[in-house]
Design a protein around this ligand. Structure first.
Ligand code: F0G
Length: 477
């Protein structure tokens, strides 16, 4: 027997489990049918048919006993709810913004800020697009311009802050479009780049630039505490709570999806420092979301979000949260499976171009890989490639992103290390059989955010190739 290594100490989650929810394993034949019925789109599967659900970390968090207790004392008053004031006070304390406009979720806040600040023809630079953020900018008449550093588009680049803004590019956009840039949009972390962080140093430089050009800086704070964890590990050793506050203080306001970092199942808000903009937002929220003291959330939701915000900035929580993501990513990386490096904050992103080099981008390799993983084990993941990127609203042409990824997003506090092992082993199994996987083509393409509801059909590959390869619904006939 090998001697135990006495210098190694494992870490564990800073909680124990009080309630469990059964999950269901199915047969391969069952899953083949389920994914075909879902049009090879993992968004269209029934969750009852999913074994380990890594579709998203959004709204899928396990709440703490304190959050559940908060649900019981939520104040459901239509106006002036005590729970709103608790939320407002929490946001002021942890993020530092003065004015809070609650919304039903993140995109509600994106809608309001886009309608207030963007005029037709405006340009909004940002560190890579996010699907809902960009569509709201476009619906308000604006055009998103990507100013993220080039390393963000390279899955194998190990730059520690792939969410950084390319300052030269941003300055150029600001200089050549005077009066046409209402604000710069900065996300922490950057979802579409693989959950990659922006550095404090870079954010300070962006702040200086926007000040000099008299342009607002709006943060997408959806995963700001995860960003702060990376800042703490790679840049400065402050507590996460202090870094979160610092990031927010460098910006003029934020949109927030409380379904991610704040550990809730629903909710969001727009937070601002400028009273004039906040007044406009309070005016708009009553049209689209609800009164300015609930904005689409119930009182109990606002309690859960307020308590979740406080829990989300704990160093112990974040160590375990990102530690679990790293555990899965390191395992896959050790086995030689191509993933985005460094491993991101909210999930592990498979590099579908490298995984399936024989599937052309037009045949949606990441969509195809997500369907293959589901078929193998019931693990549900999500495409983040050409399907998510959609079309240019002016030309109708498909965006062809350099990143063609499958995201394994890890819900917070939901799964165990054993679930991560099962997931990793399934991906290894799909990797060893990757030659069997063919492409997919659209059979139904919705106009907006097409990835949510699109349907696909398998595409036959060339005859001589197909002859050598076995058939499966995902592959090829
Ligand atoms: N910003 C980012 C960076 C996001 O990841 C999301 C949602 C939103 C805004 C919109 O927030 O869903 O509350 O309206 N991302 C989810 C995901 C859908 O799976 O990554 P929402």
């Amino acid at each position: 027997m090998p001697k135990p290594n006495l210098t190694h100490r494992s870490w564990a989650e800073p909680y124990k489990i009080k309630v469990v929810e059964p999950v269901r394993m199915t047969t391969r034949e069952y899953r083949e049918r389920a994914i075909a019925e879902a049009g090879y789109n993992t968004f269209l599967l029934r969750s009852d048919d999913v074994y380990i659900d890594l579709l998203t970390d959004s709204g899928t968090n396990a709440m703490s006993d304190r959050q559940w207790a908060g649900m019981m004392i939520g104040d459901e008053a239509y106006a002036g709810s005590r729970s709103f004031y608790h939320l407002e006070e929490t946001i002021r304390r942890f993020y530092g913004y003065q004015h809070v406009v609650p919304t039903h979720q993140g995109r509600g806040a994106e809608h309001i800020i886009s309608q207030i600040l963007i005029r037709p023809g405006d340009i909004i630079p940002g560190n890579m697009y996010f699907t809902t953020t960009r569509v709201h900018q476009e619906l308000a008449g604006g055009k998103f311009v990507d100013v993220i550093i080039p390393e963000a588009h390279e899955p194998a680049s190990e730059h520690p802050f792939k969410g950084n803004v390319d300052l030269g590019k941003l300055e150029e956009v600001l200089r050549s479009n005077p009066g046409r840039v209402p604000y710069v949009s900065v996300a922490a972390t950057v979802n579409m780049a693989g959950g990659q962080p922006i550095s404090l140093a870079n954010l300070r430089a962006v702040r200086d630039l926007t000040r000099r050009h008299g342009v607002l800086l709006i943060l997408d704070a959806t995963r700001v505490a995860e960003n702060a964890y990376f800042n703490q590990q790679r840049e400065c050793a402050w507590p996460i709570a202090r870094i979160v506050h610092e990031i927010c203080s460098l910006t003029d306001g934020c949109t927030m999806s409380a379904k991610k970092d704040p550990l809730a199942n629903i909710g969001g808000f727009l937070a601002l420092n400028d009273e004039g903009i906040a007044e406009k937002a309070r005016n708009m929220v009553v049209i689209y979301e609800g009164l300015h003291t609930y904005g689409g959330m119930s009182g109990r939701d606002m309690e859960a979000v307020a308590i979740g915000i406080e829990e989300s900035v704990s160093d112990e929580h974040m160590h375990a949260r990102i530690g679990q993501v790293q555990y899965l990513g390191e395992k896959l990386h050790r086995w030689g499976i191509p993933i985005v490096l460094p491993i991101g904050g909210h999930g592990v992103f498979l590099d579908a171009r490298a995984f399936l080099p024989n599937v052309a981008q037009e045949l949606c390799p990441a969509q195809s890989l997500a369907a293959a993983i589901y078929t193998d084990s019931g693990v549900r993941s999500m495409e983040r490639g050409i399907v998510s990127a959609g079309r240019d609203p002016e030309t109708g042409e498909e965006h062809k992103p350099r990143l063609e990824l499958v995201r394994l997003a890890i819900p917070r506090r939901v799964y165990t290390q054993a679930h991560m092992d099962v997931t990793a082993e399934s991906i290894l199994s799909v990797y060893t059989e990757r030659d069997r996987i063919g492409g997919l083509k659209f059979v139904h393409e919705p106009k907006y955010l097409r990835f949510f509801q699109a349907r696909f059909a398998p595409v036959p590959v060339a005859k001589e190739e197909a002859a050598e390869k076995r058939t499966s619904p995902l592959t090829v006939l």
